[in-house]
Design a protein around this ligand. Structure first.
Ligand SMILES: CC(C)(COP(=O)(O)OP(=O)(O)OC[C@H]1O[C@@H](n2cnc3c(N)ncnc32)[C@H](O)[C@@H]1OP(=O)(O)O)[C@@H](O)C(=O)NCCC(=O)NCCS
Ligand SMILES: O=C(O)CC[C@@](O)(CC(=O)O)C(=O)O
Length: 371
């Protein structure tokens, strides 16, 4: 399989998450971080939004990062002019392609939509730009209309087509079918853009790649419109471990970039968030902790260090004697079987009362040790 390219859109679709607004410093920090860990392409914003966004885009362009930088545009020439004024050499032009979208936005006038695409594409190409074309709501579009539209875009000079599951209504099987049909009919690469409304964004991105898509949009932490997008950390790690495609991203910094984006977005992640959640390498349950203490692979899909995370063994309601004895031994406390069981009973009670696992201090207090 050819190399798959991550085109991260944390700074565009990620920031479209309701209530999220990055400031200039945060945008710069996120762009630099994505570049530093080896993300090869970054969608950095929408110049048509106005002066502040244009300043952010131009500032990021001036950083001279290794990554290719892309600006998002409607099929509107003034949008593209604004992108060019920011110094962008790559533009993405989006048009709606489903009946529902064209109906709501252009009174069903699909000829007008195609004309706008052709005009804006020609304009961008005349300026010597790399042009990616996006089909908004590709997943709900009539398949023949979608194919004809993309073939036209290819003919007019587009360098890539973005297949958007805009409202996240596909499953991996349907995604595979739809993307395969496009890939086999096109000579330009297809890019996946999947939303998480049914929790399938990452699975659908992988299905599209399996069907031959060569590029994939991600956002850090899956940040984005409504339920968000395919998460960078999930796509990178799933491709590496499940599809055996190593994208050369420095995965050891995925936790760090997740924390940077979480802080900048103002939203904490649930502890069980795949890959980067606080609990992804925490073990409390007796059977799991016992297994992990013998061999971490029993309950970990990969080593925590691989994403800059640490393993934690915590004592709580579901813990068993092996974990409890192990933790106490680390503090020089050796209990007999009866004593261990009695401390375990007390742990269960206190943990239920507190509705959380216990700190080491709390555990030692239960055993009667003053520290
Ligand atoms: C782009 C933006 C500057 C336009 O602002 P606006 O002029 O106030 O217009 P609105 O957002 O209210 O309406 C969208 C307009 O774009 C048109 N439009 C929507 N998608 C389009 C497309 N792909 N190509 C061309 N025109 C499009 C709509 O028909 C509507 O046109 P009208 O003003 O002539 O009726 C503003 O929406 C914005 O800042 N958007 C950034 C975030 C965003 O919307 N992202 C979603 C990406 S799908
Ligand atoms: O780039 C495109 O062509 C469309 C991307 C988009 O993010 C648009 C949106 O809803 O904000 C989508 O999901 O369709």
């Amino acid at each position: 399989m050819n190399q798959v390219v991550i085109n991260d859109t944390t700074l565009r679709d990620g920031e479209q998450a309701a209530g999220v607004a990055f400031n200039l410093e945060e945008k710069i920090a996120i762009a630099k971080f994505l570049d530093a860990i080896g993300v090869p392409e970054i969608e950095i914003g929408i110049a048509a939004m106005g002066a502040a966004e244009q300043q952010a885009i131009a500032t990021i362009v001036d950083l001279n990062l290794q990554a290719h930088l892309l600006g998002w545009n409607r099929a509107v020439i003034s949008d593209i002019q604004a992108s060019i004024a920011c110094g962008l050499k790559r533009v993405h032009i989006s048009i709606p392609v489903s009946a529902i979208q064209i109906g709501a936005k252009f009174q069903g006038n699909w000829q007008l939509v195609l004309q706008k695409l052709q005009d804006s594409l020609n304009f961008a190409l005349d300026q010597g730009l790399f042009v990616s074309v996006g089909g908004e709501d590709s997943s709900r579009a009539d398949e023949q209309f979608l194919l004809d539209t993309v073939l036209a875009a290819q003919e007019w000079g587009a360098s890539r087509f973005r297949f958007c599951d805009t409202v996240g209504i596909l499953d991996p099987f349907t995604t595979h079918d739809k993307v395969k049909k496009l890939v086999t009919s096109l000579s330009i690469p297809v890019e996946m853009h999947t939303h998480n409304d049914f929790g399938l964004a990452t699975a659908n991105a992988l299905a599209g790649i399996k069907a031959g898509a060569l590029s994939v949009n991600t956002t850090v932490n899956g940040l984005g419109e409504r339920a968000g997008n395919a998460a960078l950390e999930e796509v990178v790690m799933a491709l590496k471990h499940l599809s055996k495609i190593d994208l050369g991203i420095d995965t050891r910094r995925l936790l760090e970039i997740s924390q940077l984006v979480a802080t900048a977005s103002g939203y904490n992640l649930p502890p069980w968030k795949a890959i980067v959640g606080e609990n992804t390498f925490a073990h409390e349950s007796g059977i799991h902790a016992h297994g992990v203490m013998q061999n971490p692979h029993t309950y970990e899909p990969f080593a925590p260090e691989e994403i800059g995370q640490e393993r934690r063994l915590v004592v709580g309601k579901h813990s068993g004697r092996h974990l409890l004895s192990n933790v106490l031994q680390q503090h020089g406390i050796i209990l007999n079987s009866e004593e261990t069981q009695s401390v375990l009973n007390a742990v269960r009670q206190e943990s239920t009362q507190k509705k959380r696992s216990l700190t080491t201090q709390e555990l030692l207090s239960l055993v009667g040790v003053k520290q």
